[in-house]
Design a protein around this ligand. Sequence first.
Ligand SMILES: O=C(O)CCC(=O)C(=O)O
Ligand SMILES: [Fe+2]
Length: 276
Amino acid sequence: MTVDAATLIRRDLYPLDEPGNPKCGDIAARAKVDLDRDQVCVFEDFITEEARLQMIADVMAILPEAYPNRSHRTCFLNQQPDPALPDDHPKNIFFDASYRMMAYDLFDPASALPAFYGWAPLRDFVARVLGEDRLYLNADPYQPANVLCYGDGDRSTWHFDRGNEFTVTLMLQEPKAGGIFEIAPEILARQDDASADMAPLAAVLNGDKTNVISVPRAPGSLVIFRGDRSVHRVSPIEGDRLRLMAVLVYEKEPGVMGRPEVNATVYGPRVAQGAA
Ligand SMILES: O=C(O)CCC(=O)C(=O)O
Ligand SMILES: [Fe+2]
């Protein structure tokens, strides 16, 4: 039987299926202020403890199938240097990233995370916070909801998201130490602007924290962030408890799918069939 998503959410705090409830309007309005200022907003205690433990159990059961994704890349996700630019230009500063990536098709569609992802009141709430009329589910077989699994020494180094103006994450499990999400709000006005002043971005990449916010995220927190102009990272994970982070992808149009060659790099050779 499909899990009833309404039972997963702390509806005492977030009555999302009662959009006329003034609590929803207040929460969305406050979150929008944070999002506009910091490019990130946090909703603590979003899911019940039972839901969180169930989602963790589901993830652990399919962990061996997750793809160990390792990359050496710039913050723009390029894997090659740009010889026309100086060595200290952000396009020539490389970092290593590593984590295991759990694709959407690995989950039982009737289980908790797919039910949570597909729950229309959640999507409508995210749209309200973002100031969008409505949002749609991603139509790709692999991308709609993933879980990033970070073990000891894993990290997601500084990067801008590509193709997604915003990202929704749900923290399932915290590591013993490390694994802090850090973001430099609107450090670039546009990723593709060759004339942009790169100095503030270069400072962040070189360890300057002046423009960086650390976002505390307790297990069960839902987070919305705009990652396309705000470089962000997850600091190295320490210890033997995995950091498990669900990433939900909503779209501004219906029917959006990923490019097969991108999916092959993100999810591994098993999805490479059909890739260019
Ligand atoms: O794991 C996280 O907290 C953030 C992941 C991330 O950067 C992303 O999904 O774009
Ligand atoms: Fe990201």
